[in-house]
Design a binder for this molecule. Structure first.
Ligand SMILES: [Zn+2]
Length: 87
């Protein structure tokens, strides 16, 4: 498990990405949340990552609108489709 209660994690950008995808282990998730509450620098990075994800989803939504449904499923697979209502 990662410990960054006192200092900023070096891989904060990667961790933010995993956090937003809900892929962090529960302990890491809790530690990261605690750190973010007291660290505006890492919070900014999380915001930027979230913004990037949102842009990606917007782009994906446009892409989806331009293609017939079966084509999307065959090139992106069903896993990416799941998170897209959560915007
Ligand atoms: Zn930090």
């Amino acid at each position: 498990m990662i410990s960054f209660r006192k200092k900023c994690p070096e891989a904060i950008a990667d961790l933010a990405e995993l956090y937003l995808l809900s892929r962090l282990a529960p302990d890491d998730n809790r530690e990261l949340e605690e750190h973010l509450l007291s660290c505006s620098r890492c919070m900014d990075i999380l915001d930027e990552t979230e913004h990037f994800f949102k842009s990606f989803r917007d782009a994906y939504a446009r892409f989806e609108a331009e293609l017939p449904q079966p084509a999307i499923e065959s090139c992106l697979g069903p896993t990416l489709v799941v998170s897209h209502t959560a915007v």
